[in-house]
Design a protein around this ligand. Structure first.
Ligand SMILES: [Zn+2]
Length: 146
């Protein structure tokens, strides 16, 4: 990718990234740690993470993405969900400020059809499919070498 379009993708997702940075800053004040991974700031752990990990489904979450910031309850959740959350980063880059309205609309449509608003959400299905495809390729290439 050319440098200019990379900058544009960051700018396009910036409103959500800012929200992610604010939440991330609060999390870090409560002991979370941060690192950069493929141009994305990953923040995990701390007291808030511990609390969030105890919230029962469907209200709790293990990780969430806001623009170029991924917030995870702990390191293992981050490792497990990293691929999935990075697909969401790409979606933020594509949709920019329209991402959350589009995401909510997709959930609403599924709800109106009597389906699971999370699992059947267009963006989640895309993320789960991308991870499944990536794992399949990884398996195939490791078995062809083994
Ligand atoms: Zn997701």
């Amino acid at each position: 990718m050319v440098r200019g379009s990379r900058l544009l993708r960051y700018l396009w997702a910036a409103p959500y990234t800012l929200a992610g940075l604010l939440l991330g800053a609060v999390a870090m004040l409560c002991g979370a740690s941060a690192r950069r991974h493929h141009g994305v700031l990953e923040i995990c752990g701390g007291h808030i993470g511990k609390r969030m990990a105890r919230v029962p489904q469907p209200f709790g979450f293990s990780a969430m993405t806001l623009g170029h910031v991924i917030l995870a309850v702990d390191r293992s959740a981050l490792a497990q969900l990293r691929l999935h959350e990075h697909v969401h980063v790409r979606q933020y880059e594509r949709w920019g400020p329209l991402f959350l309205p589009a995401y909510a609309l997709s959930s609403l449509l599924q709800l109106l059809r009597g389906r699971n608003p999370y699992r059947e959400n267009h963006f989640e299905r895309q993320a789960y499919a991308a991870v499944a495809a990536r794992r399949r390729t990884a398996r195939e290439s490791s078995s062809s070498h083994g």
